[in-house]
Structures are given as structure tokens and as C-alpha cells.
Design a protein around this ligand. Structure first.
Ligand SMILES: [Mn+2]
Length: 409
């Protein structure tokens, strides 16, 4: 049985691998994302939860228990409610979930606490993943952790982050196939969007064509909000208003990605708005493209993202000095001010791992130059798999050579 394109057994292995890494007498709790009651935002399952279970429904918790040789995985979720069923559809039968997802047990939410208390009485360590994006917001994990700390003061509460990130960073063959699929859908969306790039058209109209291409080719969601930035907007890194008219003889920067079965793609390309790059645009474009190729050549196991970025800064500095934008290579910070690389996976900025790259990592490679005075922003971004001996560009099918681009207009 496959769930979201991955055999259920692979999900089971992930749970087993996590438990193997943890000390004895440990419990891990993963909570599903909270659903908005009024359909204001689309529901997306929590990334760690989907990684561990493949189970997409809200109001669910995963409990993993390790005690000596004894291990157990329990999913707690809502039973079907015939009245709610009329509004939101039927929730699956517990026996079906247990069989399809290979949990040791599936219990109703009403039994969750009782069961958790039972196992906590025989445990020393309790692990949560605490989302730390905004420490001012007390997440549901913190609330539950505090409640349990009060009841079981002798249990030590810890973050599971380093364990799960070390699992999630290494992509399996199945995961890489899903990422390749997301990338190929992104390519199709970009191809469709290019047809709509014309001076006077609004950026959001190009975005519509891009995302029509995504949906039409079976990506239900974006991996992130599309950046379609023309003219001066191309020099704002995360411009996402997409509400300007495309100017003539300018550039339009795409930083876009479809999601496929919960796996992200993340691609940046820069196109001319009137069919051809002018001389200045061409020079900046070439500088970024040559830099990107040189950085990709350096990507291999053992390198760190910091080293790759330092190399990028050096190359872009040289290029901008040659083009006389700066007198000293040290001043490159005026035109390049982000990092060249981040991990990609279930999240577009995937759970972060420090330390050197190793086979199975997938990262972006995205140098850019942002020249406000000329209204030229160029970023070129590909998705790279680290292999045993070097790297493989997963997005090599997406055109980036100047001739190939101009031939499409
Ligand atoms: Mn990126």
C-alpha cells in the first residue's frame, strides 16, 4: 500500500528509526496541525506529522513509545461523527487506518490522555517538536508539555528536533522521485507562464498562468507563495504582492515551486520582459549564471552551506568589480545579501541541519544580484541532490541559458 506515493512500510521504518535513536524509556508525541473552522486557509498537515505517518487528517496525535525491547506506535484521532459527516465528509474507519498505515494501535481522541498517562508512568523522557518560528505564540505542543510537566515532574521534556532533522535530511529514492515530480510540474507551470509575459500585463496574471500550469499538472498546492517580480520589484528578495504592471525592456524574476504529495520544489528564473535581454541585463545575468555553475561544481559531501556561500560571495564580488559596479570586492554586500543555499524537502526551507553535506541531502543553489539603480534583479535557482561523489541537478530540464530563454519569446 502506498500513501502519498510512498509505501506505508517506509513510514513505519521512519518511526522505527526515530525510536532507535532515542534513549530508553522515551515517548515522542507529534501533533497534527490545527484546522481553521471556517475554511479561511487551506489545511496542510504538519510536516513532521506527515513524515512520520502519511496521515493527512486534523485532530490527530502520534504517540511513539520505547521501553527496553518494547516499542509501540499509536495514532489517536477522531471517530466518524454522522452529523459532522454531512458537513466535512466521513472520517476513516480505525481498522482501515491501522491496516493501511501500519500503526500498532489506533485509538479515539477520548482515550488519548489516559493512554499517554499510562505510558508516562513508565518513562523518563518525553519528546516534542516545538515549532519555534514565533516564540511569542505558545503552540499546542508547549501547552501540552506544560500540563504533562505539572502531572509528571520527574519526566524530562526535550526537543526531538535534532533526531527528526537527521532523519528528514536524507532523502530516500521515493522522496527524490516525488521531488523530481514537483520540479517537473514547476517546469510546466513556468512554460505556461512565459507565454503571458508581456509589457502591460499584471504580474498576478502571469502568476495565474503559472499556477494554472501547476494545478493542471496535478500539483494541488504551491510549496510557497509565488514570487513574480518585474522591474524594480525584482530587486526585492521576497516580493510577493505580484500586483505591478510588467514594464518594457526590463526583467521579470520568478521564484516559484509546486508541491507534490507534500514535497517541495524551489526554482528561480529571470526572463526579459520584451523578449530579449539588453546589454546590462545580459551582463548581470551571465555573472549570476556563471557563478551558479561554478558553485554547483563545488557541491559535494563534506562541504558546508557556509563554505558554498563564501565562494559565491567571492565570485559575485569579482564579477561586479569587473563590471565596475564596485571598486572593492568587499562591497559586494550592496548587491548580494542572502545565502546561496538551504535544504529542501517536505518544507521548502526544510528542517535545518548544521554540519557538512552528505549524500541524500537536497539543497537549493541560488546566487543572485540585485541592482536597484538599474532596476535589474537576477536570481537563478536549481534544486540539487548530494550524491556519494558530488551532486546531481534535479532541475536541469528547466532552461536557463540566455539563447534558450530568448528563443521562447
Ligand atoms: Mn530557495
Amino acid at each position: 500500500m502506498k500513501i502519498l506515493g510512498i509505501p506505508s512500510n517506509e513510514y513505519k521504518k521512519r518511526r522505527d528509526n526515530l525510536l532507535r535513536k532515542l534513549p530508553d524509556r522515551s515517548i515522542v508525541i507529534f501533533l497534527s496541525n490545527i484546522n481553521s473552522q471556517s475554511n479561511l486557509t487551506p489545511y496542510r498537515q504538519d510536516s513532521n506529522f506527515i513524515y512520520m505517518t502519511g496521515f493527512k487528517l486534523d485532530k490527530s496525535s502520534l504517540l511513539l513509545i520505547k521501553n527496553g525491547k518494547f516499542t509501540k506506535s499509536i495514532l489517536a484521532t477522531e471517530e466518524n461523527d454522522p452529523k459532522l459527516e454531512l458537513w466535512i465528509g466521513k472520517r476513516p474507519d480505525f481498522n482501515d487506518i491501522k491496516r493501511d498505515y501500519l500503526f500498532d494501535d489506533v485509538v479515539p481522541n477520548t482515550k488519548f490522555k489516559e493512554m499517554l498517562y499510562f505510558y508516562l508512568r513508565h518513562s523518563d523522557n518525553l519528546y516534542f517538536y516545538f515549532p519555534n518560528e514565533d516564540i511569542k505564540i505558545l503552540g499546542q505542543e508547549c501547552v501540552l508539555a506544560k500540563e504533562l510537566k505539572d502531572k509528571f515532574p520527574y519526566v524530562s521534556i526535550n526537543s526531538v528536533s535534532k533526531y527528526i532533522s537527521s532523519l528528514r535530511r536524507t532523502k530516500s529514492k521515493n522522496e527524490i522521485d516525488l521531488m523530481k515530480k514537483a520540479i517537473s510540474i514547476t517546469n510546466k507551470g513556468i512554460r505556461n507562464a512565459i507565454k503571458h509575459i508581456k509589457p502591460g500585463v499584471y504580474e498576478y496574471q502571469v502568476q495565474a498562468a503559472l499556477e494554472y500550469g501547476f494545478r493542471h499538472n496535478n500539483s494541488k498546492n504551491n510549496a510557497f507563495i509565488s514570487i513574480i517580480a518585474s522591474g524594480i520589484n525584482s530587486t526585492t528578495l521576497h516580493y510577493s504582492e505580484n500586483n505591478s504592471k510588467i514594464p518594457e525592456n526590463s526583467v521579470i524574476l520568478f521564484d516559484v515551486g509546486s508541491e507534490y504529495n507534500y514535497y517541495a520544489s524551489d526554482i528561480s528564473r529571470t526572463f526579459p520582459t520584451s523578449g530579449k535581454f539588453n546589454k546590462k541585463q545580459k551582463n548581470i545575468y551571465k555573472a549570476v549564471l556563471e557563478t551558479q555553475k561554478a558553485v554547483i561544481d563545488k557541491i559535494k559531501p563534506g562541504k558546508t552551506l557556509k563554505e558554498l556561500n563564501e565562494f559565491t560571495i567571492k565570485l559575485l564580488g569579482k564579477e561586479m568589480k569587473t563590471m565596475k559596479y564596485i571598486k572593492d570586492v568587499k562591497d559586494i554586500g550592496k548587491y548580494y545579501y542572502h545565502c546561496v543555499s538551504h535544504p529542501i524537502g517536505i518544507d521548502v526551507h526544510d528542517i535545518f541541519n548544521n554540519g557538512p553535506l552528505k549524500a541524500g541531502d537536497v539543497i537549493s543553489c541560488e546566487p543572485g544580484l540585485y541592482v536597484k539603480e538599474d532596476e535589474i534583479g537576477v536570481r537563478i535557482e536549481d534544486d540539487i541532490l548530494i550524491t556519494k561523489t558530488g551532486s546531481e541537478v534535479l532541475s536541469s530540464e528547466i532552461i536557463k541559458e540566455i539563447n534558450d530563454i530568448e528563443n521562447l519569446f
